[in-house]
Design a binder for this molecule. Structure first.
Ligand SMILES: [Ca+2]
Ligand SMILES: [Ca+2]
Ligand SMILES: [Ca+2]
Length: 442
């Protein structure tokens, strides 16, 4: 009949039941350029009527149907580096088609992923970051990493690494490594991944063969401003100094150093310090282990941190001096730094002095300007002290009252880059900010 309908002996219609979808697998999973692609049916279609099922094959190269290819095999002469080859298999029971099944592979590449650490802020164009992958035929250690010669090197810059997903979803970047030399296949390698201002990650004894589907290179640990390309295998004081020198800069400013912009926000801020802080003392290479794929493990984000400017509860007199404290209420939330920009009205107030408290003792900014009415206070935990928590006074600001007013406000600023922040492992843990009101009487 040809229309998929069968006529029974009593001439009533008996609907044909189509076959089920098969399960398809294209092999090799990690094909070389010289490999033929073979689509195998790993689970046959079943037909409820017991009809004999046949299969047809359609192949797509980068989503374009390849008309001439209708068998279960694609000869290697058709395939090229980086191409995605998909097969769509359609079962047919002689009366009609059943649902299709498909599978796909990528030719001549090793797909990899890496997680960017700690940055909980929206992705920026900075996520298009360069990678270098090296294959070694012997163990890579802290002692030999600077001198050991890799057998193969792949770089984003030379086209042998192509970033395929830079969107930064969950901070995971996907990229393809061009396996240009077929002698790479079938052997076991020590594989390293480097990106600027990160420690080098290492996967031990990876056998690259047709069964491999891809490789997670783990979380790239941030904070190595002076990194392996400058001869450093540790996040240490020289990285801290590089950060401090570049603090509060962006591209174009004299002290700008992109290697200190660990979260790739375009500015060197306390969020960058919090990444350096977290990884201080870690060395290259960092061996990637199972379960290390996602960033943020160990990240302590239990709550938020409130900042309050506490002024005098009673009116003050003109010419009096009085204190306003910058108070931090973190509860159990840990933090490694605060970044505050405070403004005041110079008609009524001037700053006499600022005293930093004894909890956040690293002062990256501690300044005031009585002409513009601005205060900068950016304070970090010392490496010895560890992250801060609970409630404490971060700094005490001594003001002098200049003129009478019913109320003048000492306020936190919120416009980036003069934006209040509290940071932990590259993430903001800022909760609320509360300004101070002061009444001045003559
Ligand atoms: Ca059937
Ligand atoms: Ca370093
Ligand atoms: Ca930054």
């Amino acid at each position: 009949m040809g229309d998929g309908t069968v006529y029974g002996s009593d001439q009533q219609f008996i609907a044909n039941s189509p076959p089920t979808a098969p399960v398809i697998s294209v092999t090799p999973k990690l094909p070389k350029n010289s490999d033929n692609l073979v689509a195998s049916i790993t689970t046959q279609s079943t037909d409820p009527d017991g009809d004999n099922v046949t299969y047809s094959y359609a192949w797509y190269k980068n989503d374009v149907l390849q008309e001439g290819l209708t068998t279960n095999t694609v000869n290697a002469s058709y395939t090229g580096w980086g191409e995605v080859w998909k097969v769509v298999v359609t079962p047919n029971d002689g009366y009609g088609n059943g649902p299709t099944a498909n599978d796909q592979v990528k030719v001549g590449v090793l797909p990899m992923t890496a997680t960017l650490q700690g940055d909980a802020r929206p992705p920026t164009s900075g996520y298009n970051i360069p990678f270098t992958v090296k294959l070694y035929n012997q163990a890579v250690t802290n002692l030999n990493i600077k001198t050991l010669q890799p057998s193969y090197t792949f770089s984003t810059g030379d086209g042998s690494i192509v970033v395929t997903d830079s969107s930064g979803t969950n901070h995971v970047v996907a990229f393809d490594v061009k396996m240009f030399n077929e002698s790479i296949y079938g052997n076991s390698w020590y594989i390293t991944l480097y990106s600027p201002h990160n420690l080098v990650n290492l996967q031990n004894s990876v056998t690259i063969n047709g069964d491999l589907t891809g490789l997670s290179m783990g979380t790239l640990w941030e904070g190595d401003a002076v990194d392996i390309t400058q001869g450093s295998v540790v996040i240490d004081f020289s990285d801290f100094v590089a950060f401090g020198n570049a603090y509060e800069t962006q591209s174009g400013m004299p002290n700008w150093n992109p290697n200190a912009d660990f979260d790739r926000s375009g500015w060197v801020k306390m969020a960058d310090f919090s990444l350096l802080y977290t990884n201080y003392g870690k060395t290259s290479p960092q061996t990637v282990t199972e379960g290390m794929g996602m960033g943020g493990e160990g990240l302590l984000l239990e709550g938020s941190v409130d900042l309050t400017l506490n002024g005098p509860s009673q009116p003050v007199n003109v010419n009096d001096t009085f204190e306003v404290t910058l108070d931090v209420d973190a509860g159990t939330q840990e933090l490694t730094g605060i970044e505050t920009y405070i403004s005041f009205n110079t008609t009524y107030l001037e700053v006499v002095s600022i005293t930093v408290g004894d909890t956040l003792t690293l002062a990256f900014a501690n300044s005031y300007n009585n002409t513009t009415g601005k205060i900068n206070l950016s304070l970090g935990s010392s490496f010895q002290a560890g992250p801060a928590s609970d409630s404490f006074t971060a700094a005490t600001i001594e003001f002098r009252a200049k003129a009478a007013t019913q109320s003048t406000t000492i306020s936190f600023e919120h416009d980036f880059p003069r934006e209040a922040d509290v940071v932990m492992e590259g993430s903001s843990v800022l909760g609320t900010t509360t300004d101070a009101q002061v009444q001045i009487q003559s």
